[in-house]
Design a protein around this ligand. Sequence first.
Ligand SMILES: Cc1cc2nc3c(=O)[nH]c(=O)nc-3n(C[C@H](O)[C@H](O)[C@H](O)COP(=O)(O)OP(=O)(O)OC[C@H]3O[C@@H](n4cnc5c(N)ncnc54)[C@H](O)[C@@H]3O)c2cc1C
Length: 263
Amino acid sequence: MPGAPGPLEDGREMAAPLLVGADGRRSGTAARAGIKRRVTDYGQTALVCAIGHEKPHQGCAYQIFLPPGPLAILPLTGNRSSIVWSETTEQAAAIQALDDEAYLEVLRPRFGDFLGEIHIAGARYTYPLNMTLAESFTAERLALAGDAARGVHPIAGQGLNAGLRDVAALAEVLVEAARRGEDLGWPLVLDRYAQWRRFDSATLALATDGFNRLFSNDNPLLRLGRDIGLGLANALPGLRRGFMREAAGMTGDVPRLLQGRPL
Ligand SMILES: Cc1cc2nc3c(=O)[nH]c(=O)nc-3n(C[C@H](O)[C@H](O)[C@H](O)COP(=O)(O)OP(=O)(O)OC[C@H]3O[C@@H](n4cnc5c(N)ncnc54)[C@H](O)[C@@H]3O)c2cc1C
């Protein structure tokens, strides 16, 4: 790959027609290939940990919208849920520095009591939140996939879905190219992948960015607008089903693997 010649640490050298960079939002593979990224820092940090609770979650996920950012409560096995709790970066650092009991005291009024008494059920982590979009999804004999291509705000829970779509689309493009006898690292083959995924990724980045700005906000006019929007989505089953299909990644040009069809 350009900019990263040389053997592996153990001295071996490897060659392939194509390298896939799936090394996350700070992709060293993309950087070494000279691909620049557009990064928007949200000034928010997610506090993440497993929470044990008295009552069963019935398999439901919840998202509570608070002015500094959303609090997502995602079901795990048993009476446990994972929280993704967004706060301003300064506030998150202060909360993370607290001991478990003090942490829970800050969390309880936000979490509410619908799952009964809560306790910490695992290690506590923090993740700075930003949006990062690679300016190109491909370079010479290189394709980026997953967060290496685009990393979005977790507000809509779409990051992993987008990465799975990348992998399924790339597999489809490569299998078709192999059937035609094309070189898998040929620029025209890689262009097919980039064209397929680029628009979807830019739309997702814009949508999650917009959602975050709309919901992590206490402006009364914006609050009224989003309450009307959520009320409409709730009242109109067709609209709600549309959102669910969109969230499940089942709209647009869905790769065959994600439709459960063979390549
Ligand atoms: C707080 C938070 C909550 C989230 N919640 C959701 C959610 O509810 N739903 C959802 O769909 N998505 C969610 N996401 C996004 C989701 O986690 C990511 O989109 C997904 O993990 C991206 O997968 P990836 O494999 O592309 O990158 P990563 O998960 O970042 O994996 C990249 C891997 O590459 C490895 N790596 C890097 N460099 C090298 C190297 N030089 N050599 C070897 N290995 C290397 C890393 O160690 C890592 O294991 C959330 C993200 C955050 C931060």
